[in-house]
Design a protein around this ligand. Structure first.
Ligand code: C5P
Length: 315
């Protein structure tokens, strides 16, 4: 049977605002999500047994059922039991390029690629909305990873409204390899400190979403105004993560003092990104910040914004 290779790009949050609590225990969010070219590779093929097997070249990535990619395969087997019985087990190999536990949706994108890969391998012909529905059962930002690009995400993060693509900018990613931030911890700590500002009434939630929809950052993206985009980046979770991890705050300050268009922590961190006009500017700033901070545990990547979600690898 045919095997499939897929490209699973990471994402950054250009904007992340926490609006309030939801009945399901999650937070009501309004975000602007943006794909980046830095991507993992997922190879998927049928196996001789009925088992799901997972391999990964990164020692920190679990290869058991705690891995989201494994859970994505399991969800497909449970959702389409007859097709699963017909085709047999699934063998998945993940080649990691996106930093792990970084706020860049690496694990989520791998899971999205597994859904897309199995859909192709089993010739299910699922539509984008059907794939996004399945993705939403696995995690809040997995639906976005399917189609990628630039999108406003609301609800838990699973309701998507694609907007004008923004793919002409470069981005530096920087992450301390000795720090990982628990996403549940970040949201829970935010709730403890800021729930007095939460709104709950549907009309108030809608108003907060509309403020972003018609707001300055979306307008700047539509107008491709990179100077403004850089200045309007926003992430509520910085309020809890930066005080807890001073080196991450220091990293953000270093980018803020550079010539970059703007800088922000992505998701629940600890990756900090900086937007740049050109690749050479991004490389120069990455080197300056590396030299200024001189922290041995700090890793850098230079990549480009992208308008793609999961794609088939054509080589
Ligand atoms: O959906 P995902 O697995 O990415 O969420 C990880 C954790 O982040 C959740 O368990 C929850 O604690 C928090 N979260 C939240 N509200 C959201 C998304 C995530 O509270 N909309």
């Amino acid at each position: 049977m045919q095997s499939y290779s897929l490209i699973a790009p990471g994402k950054i949050n250009l904007y992340l605002e926490i609006i309030g609590d939801r009945d399901d225990g999650f937070h009501e969010l309004v975000m602007l999500l943006q794909s980046i070219e830095l991507a993992d590779r997922i190879d998927i093929k049928a196996s001789d047994t009925q088992a799901i097997t997972l391999h990964c070249n990164h020692p920190q990535v679990p290869t058991d059922q705690t891995n989201l990619a494994y859970r994505a395969a399991k969800l497909m087997c449970q959702t389409f039991p007859e097709v699963y019985a017909n085709y047999g087990g699934i063998d998945i190999t993940i080649t990691k390029n996106i930093p792990v536990a970084a706020g860049l949706a690496g694990g989520s994108s791998d899971a999205a690629a597994v859904l897309v890969g199995i859909d192709l391998m089993w010739k299910l012909g699922l539509t984008k909305p059907e794939l996004e529905d399945l993705a939403g059962k696995l995690g809040s930002d997995i639906p976005f990873c399917i189609s990628g690009g630039t999108a406003i995400a609301t609800g838990r993060g699973e309701k998507l409204d694609p907007i004008q693509d923004l793919n002409n900018l470069w981005v530096i990613l920087a992450k301390h390899n000795n720090i990982s931030v628990s996403t549940p911890w970040a949201y829970q700590t935010y709730r403890q400190n800021y729930s007095n500002s939460y709104v709950r009434e549907p009309k108030d939630v809608k108003m907060r979403q509309e403020l972003v929809n018609s707001g300055a950052l979306v307008t700047a993206i539509i107008n491709q105004n990179s100077q403004k985009i850089g200045k309007l980046l926003y992430n509520d979770l910085e309020k809890v993560v930066l005080p807890e991890y001073p080196v991450v705050a220091q990293l953000k300050s270093a980018f803020a003092s550079s010539e970059a268009l703007g800088t922000m922590m992505s998701g629940s961190g600890p990756t900090v990104f900086a937007i740049c006009q050109t690749q050479s500017q991004a490389k120069t700033i990455a080197k300056q910040v590396r030299d200024t901070l001189a922290q041995p545990n700090l890793d850098f990547w230079v990549t480009k914004l992208s308008n793609s979600g999961i794609q088939l690898q054509t080589d």
